[in-house]
Design a protein. Structure first.
Length: 98
């Protein structure tokens, strides 16, 4: 169905209902078609700039002890010594040098 711009502005909700029903609605300026109103059948496919979760399944491996708690010494060596209740004594090599 074809409508002039004035008719389209006046009866816009009718044009939408016709498009939803599957009819092609054309808006004309004079005798020249300028726009087409068509229904959206399904949402557009998302194009993500990154991989989704699960894309690396089976490609990443770790040791069984990877998630075990760290010892106090390992915490201190990794820079997380501030989490310890009491500071660790200095290593034996440093205490002999003093």
């Amino acid at each position: 169905m074809a409508y002039t711009v004035h008719q389209a502005k006046t009866h816009f909700s009718r044009l939408l209902k016709e498009a939803e029903a599957g009819q092609e609605v054309v808006v004309m300026r004079g005798k020249t078609p300028v726009a087409r109103v068509v229904p959206i059948n399904e949402p557009p496919e998302l194009k993500l700039p990154f991989r989704l979760m699960g894309a690396f399944e089976g490609k990443i491996r770790w040791d069984e002890d990877a998630f075990d708690p760290m010892t106090d010494k390992e915490l201190a060596e990794s820079g997380w010594g501030w989490m310890l209740d009491a500071p660790l004594p200095p290593p034996a090599s440093e205490s002999k040098e003093k």
